[in-house]
Design a protein around this ligand. Structure first.
Ligand SMILES: Nc1ncnc2c1ncn2[C@@H]1O[C@H](COP(=O)(O)OP(=O)(O)O)[C@@H](O)[C@H]1O
Ligand SMILES: [Mg+2]
Length: 252
């Protein structure tokens, strides 16, 4: 088994409902379709959603592994030979704020598993709770998802500021979602970049924008990734472009 270090990427936002899980799931498929081995970790540890978007039901989750009831590798559900899912539990409030001991356990667990993959995508919960922050710290790269709404922009800035302040991270990757016209994404990105440069003196890099697309909503209802069923829809094309840019990232 190849033991090289994978490229670990968190998908985060501060705000809920901006498309983190939809983007994480479809990006995982996009990278898998390009021949990479991908692990998608449901980092919404107390309110899992990845399993719902994929129409799967998981008995073994991150929680059962942390509780010592299952082996880490047995918790990975393979949807395709190149795509593993590490599911989370739902309705478990204590998973939202992991203590130091649990965080260390999770680090060991993830480190054991991730070496089997080329890319590890970690979908995070909303908010800036300790689990969200820790998962962002664990990942080498942070993709912040936002929409052009002012509240989303404010929350994106808040999570960037928190990760920067707590972990000294100085480079963040940005994806705009739910844009209504092509220029809207770049414009919102420029606004965020200006504020981040001015007040925090840190770098942002634009990975692209996903349009508002009814295929995304339909795919959620059908519990299937849109990239697998709506091959030519605008959101699929946009996700494939983001995946191309992600391929420029290097393992550290
Ligand atoms: N590009 C898009 N176009 C249309 N609807 C979208 C798009 N992205 C997300 N959505 C809708 O927004 C809802 C919330 O998305 P989700 O991925 O669950 O967000 P989050 O994980 O950030 O809470 C989804 O149910 C989906 O229907
Ligand atoms: Mg989500």
């Amino acid at each position: 088994m190849n033991k090289k270090r994978p490229i670990t990427i968190s998908i985060t936002s501060g705000k809920g409902g901006v498309g983190k899980t939809s983007i994480a799931v479809n990006l995982a498929y996009a990278l898998m379709n390009q021949g990479h081995r991908v692990l998608l970790v449901d980092g919404d540890l107390g309110l899992a959603n990845v399993d719902i978007l994929l129409g799967i039901s998981a008995q073994t989750t991150i929680r059962t592994v942390l509780d010592g009831e299952a082996d880490p590798l047995d918790a990975v559900l393979y949807l395709k030979p190149g795509l593993g899912i590490l599911p989370a539990s739902s309705g478990v409030p204590e998973m939202v704020s992991l203590g130091i001991d649990q965080q260390e356990k999770l680090t060991t667990l993830l480190s054991d598993i991730t070496s089997h993959f080329d890319y590890v995508l970690v979908d995070t919960a909303a908010g800036i709770g300790s689990s969200v922050l820790w998962l962002n710290h664990f990942a080498s790269y942070n993709i912040v998802i936002l929409t052009p709404d002012p509240t989303s922009l404010t929350d994106a800035y808040a999570i960037i500021k928190t990760i920067f302040t707590q972990f000294d991270r100085t480079l963040f990757y940005i994806v705009l979602n739910l844009i209504r016209e092509p220029k809207e994404g770049q414009k919102a990105y420029e606004t965020l970049k200006k504020v981040a440069n001015q007040f925090l003196n840190l770098e942002l890099e634009y990975l692209g924008a996903i349009p508002e697309d009814k295929s995304v909503k339909e795919a959620v209802r059908q519990q299937t990734p849109f990239i697998q069923k709506a091959l030519r829809c605008p959101a699929t094309r946009a996700i494939m472009l983001v995946a191309e840019r992600i391929k420029n990232l290097r393992a550290d």
